[in-house]
Design a protein around this ligand. Structure first.
Ligand code: 9MR
Length: 466
């Protein structure tokens, strides 16, 4: 059972200075038994990277910025390096937002993953419907790749050079590039990219290729052919936009067959979506499934790392695209870590809960107090106390809040919220409660609504109300 996450202040480990193209291959494997405080420490101990897509407009939020800088050692531009953002009209380049991400990464010793140069989507109309012939579109594509990669030369470790080139049946997607230029637009893009920045790793990236299937077979045939032709391709990105309980069982062997071609493989856009509302059993299964994907990467020597596609449910693309789906990320809507966070940490060989130890003890009897100590029109402060009949070592207290009420801060606990269910676990320093002793913690919410005290459970047992 995945339980407690030890989340102390972040330590910037000496020697963990990972920036730009210098990172890959220079990350020193540390002793994996070292207890990891954060995802990035756990990843660094394994010589892998852990990344997140970053939404430019969220970096000004202190909580978002704090998690982005402390938990990850790689960042991918979620949108700001796409063609429509960077060259919205011909010859007019806009690097400001991409530069902000590079500055952020350099300030936080993180590598930058460039996303993406040639893609059918988020492509400005002047390219898509410009009516260019093959020679013109090739020239336009070369110009785009060269200008963007020149601008970021030395700052970007990996580029998604070509994105989502395949249909589900393994044939080539009929993008404007494929239709106008033909399949050779792919080899051409890689050659142009290699000339622009010979030190960046050059990847092809796609979704639904995590397991062996028609689409991943198409990708396999393509990259094998590119390598045979001497095309400078370094890596394959497996996006991994996955669905709870439908994770392909053969991710590791599929990654391995690509790695066996001599390519690096990377999980580039991981999330695991759930039909909403997500209950706690689903969140626990999601944690195990995140752990499984990360472990598959770790088990393959050629797998360089894992990037999640946003770390917080509040920012995820999923609910906008899949109606009724969500909760796909490591942190909840209030940026509290979910069980999925522990899953990724465990997959990276870290030790959720700060080290092996017993899970929460079963309890014989407990008495709960739930007091709203202050309430105003847009918030309230709650103090919870639970007195135990017998000693416990490790506690997990759960209860419900009214729909729409969210915890905004908390103290003396590590707390997560999934829908209306709140789970408050002990902090590293207050897990042991003697017989007759009382555990206590508090939190603040975004609502002043009046409601009666909820049923409080401790380690799965319902407590009497005091
Ligand atoms: O997360 C991105 C979202 O904010 C954009 O609106 C969307 C537009 O297509 O792209 C999302 O990111 C995609 C990524 O660039 C490529 N693989 C699939 C991702 C999720 O759609």
């Amino acid at each position: 059972m995945l339980s407690l996450v030890r989340r102390a202040a972040v330590v910037f480990a000496a020697g963990a200075l990972l920036s730009g193209a210098a990172m890959h291959g220079s990350a020193q494997a540390q002793d994996p038994s070292t207890q990891a405080e954060t995802l990035r420490e756990a990843a660094e101990a394994q010589g892998k990277f852990i990344g997140s897509a970053i939404a430019d407009h969220r970096l000004s939020d202190a909580t978002y910025n704090g998690i982005a800088s402390t938990e990850f050692n790689s960042v991918t531009a979620e949108n700001v390096m796409k063609w429509e953002s960077i060259q919205p009209s011909r010859g007019s380049f806009n690097f400001a937002a991409g530069d902000r991400l590079v500055d952020f990464a350099q300030a936080n010793d993180q590598q930058v993953w460039g996303h993406t140069l040639v893609w059918h989507s988020q492509l400005p109309d002047w390219v898509e419907n410009g009516g260019f012939d093959a020679a013109e579109l090739t020239e336009i594509t070369d110009e785009h790749i060269t200008t963007v990669m020149d601008h970021y030369e030395g700052d970007i470790a990996y580029w998604d050079v070509v994105n989502e080139a395949f249909n589900e049946d393994g044939t080539f997607r009929q993008s404007v590039f494929q239709q106008t230029i033909g399949e050779e637009y792919i080899a051409n893009a890689f050659r142009t990219a290699d000339a622009a920045d010979p030190n960046a790793k050059l990847c092809i990236n796609d979704y639904n290729i995590e397991g062996a299937n028609a689409k991943s077979n198409g990708m396999y045939d393509l990259v094998q052919g590119l390598l045979a032709d001497g095309v400078p391709i370094d890596c394959v990105g497996f996006q991994s936009h996955l669905i709870l309980d439908s994770i392909p069982g053969d991710i590791q062997s599929n990654l391995q067959r690509f790695a066996d071609l001599g390519l690096e493989v990377i999980v580039t856009e991981l999330d695991i979506r759930i039909t909403m509302p997500a209950d706690s059993a689903e969140l626990d299964r999601q944690a195990d499934q995140f752990e499984g994907v990360v472990s598959a990467c770790l088990a393959v020597d050629g797998c360089a790392g894992v990037t999640v596609w946003g770390f917080g449910d509040a920012d995820s693309w999923v609910p906008d695209v899949f109606e009724g789906q969500g909760a796909a990320c490591l942190y909840d809507e209030s940026y509290q870590p979910k069980p999925a966070y522990d899953g990724v940490l465990a997959g990276l060989g870290g030790t959720p809960g700060g080290g092996p130890g017993p899970g929460p003890d079963p309890v014989e009897g407990c008495l709960a107090t739930y007091q709203v100590t202050s309430r105003w029109n847009a918030g309230s402060v709650v103090q919870v106390g639970v007195t135990v009949e017998e000693a416990v070592s490790g506690w997990s207290v759960s209860f419900s809040l009214p729909a729409g009420e969210s915890v905004t801060s908390h103290w003396n606990t590590q707390l997560t919220q999934a829908g209306t269910t709140v789970t408050a676990r002990n902090a590293p320093y207050n897990g042991s409660i003697p017989a007759g002793g009382t555990l206590s913690f508090g939190f603040q919410t975004n609502s002043g609504a009046v409601y009666s005290a909820p049923v409080v459970s401790l380690n799965g047992a319902v407590c009497d109300a005091a």
